[in-house]
Design a protein around this ligand. Structure first.
Ligand code: ATP
Ligand code: MG
Length: 246
């Protein structure tokens, strides 16, 4: 079994120690230890319902952390609200659709910068992002509800970039996309990472996700079962058999 320790708190940008989390009276994930080093891509994989999104939500502040601690950028952030997370440089692209369908692409994009409290700054960032996402530029006045699934995913990704996050939580960025779109989304993730953004990715396409990851975690039944480099997990026979369908 592949086993490497998560990075020490001193060099991890994000670190979860013994995190037990869920919603209200329901515990979903138990004793999760997970670290993401500064500048890394980490990928969390596992079966449906294993608690991957709950781990993301516990980091961002959408789920309840019952036990354990979460630190980000050297500070304890265990019980932060989503707004505090965003302000501190964490952005979260949700698994489920989160565009405002009746608002235009442009208005949706500006929402990504609402924590600035400065419309001009958000507008400047939006223009920079249109240069990177010409497909969105062409559709800026269109209602977001009219976008295709792939375009919507690009909008959600772009909206998460308005704040220039230190850490991006990406929950199944390639969900529902056809292969050419998946490639585009993965290329974008790699580029973002090369430009300095640390990334924690949840990916249904486990092989694809682990192949771009410095570090990988397998979550099953709410517990981390395997941790290692992306390559170690891809090459691990047990991980392959149980979780990669191989
Ligand atoms: N808001 C909520 N309140 C109560 N239970 C929830 C809530 N959200 C999720 N759950 C439960 O937590 C469990 C794990 O869900 P979660 O979304 O974290 O899994 P996942 O690994 O992301 O699954 P998938 O691969 O299908 O996205 C599920 O049993 C789900 O029903
Ligand atoms: Mg999920």
């Amino acid at each position: 079994m592949a086993e490497t320790e998560p990075p020490e708190a001193t060099d991890a940008l994000l670190e979860l120690s013994d995190v037990t989390a869920g919603y209200g009276n329901t515990t979903v994930v138990h004793d999760v230890d997970l670290g993401v080093g500064e500048g890394e891509i980490a990928c969390l994989v596992g079966p449906n319902g294993s608690g991957k999104s709950t781990v993301m939500k516990s980091i961002y502040g959408f789920a309840d952390v019952f036990e354990g601690t979460i630190s980000f950028n050297g500070e304890e952030v265990t019980h932060r609200t989503p707004q505090d997370s965003l302000r501190s440089g964490v952005s979260y692209v949700l698994q489920s659709s989160s565009v405002f369908p009746d608002m235009s692409v442009h208005e949706n994009l500006l929402m990504g910068g609402y924590v600035f409290g400065d419309d001009d700054r958000a507008a400047r960032r939006a223009e920079e992002l249109y240069d990177e996402f010409p497909r969105l530029d062409e559709r800026r006045e269109q209602a977001a509800g009219m976008l295709s699934g792939g375009e919507r995913r690009l909008l959600e990704l772009a909206r998460g970039l308005v704040v220039e996050p230190k850490l991006m939580l990406l929950d199944e960025p390639s969900i529902g996309l056809e292969p050419t779109y998946i490639e585009q989304v993965f290329d974008r993730i790699r580029q973002l990472n090369e430009l300095g953004t640390t990334i924690l990715l949840v990916e249904q396409n486990a092989e694809k996700g682990l192949s771009i990851a410095d570090r990988g975690y397998v979550l099953a039944s709410g517990e981390i079962k395997f941790a290692g480099t992306g390559t170690e997990l891809l090459e691990d026979e047990e991980v392959g058999r149980l979780y990669l369908g191989g």
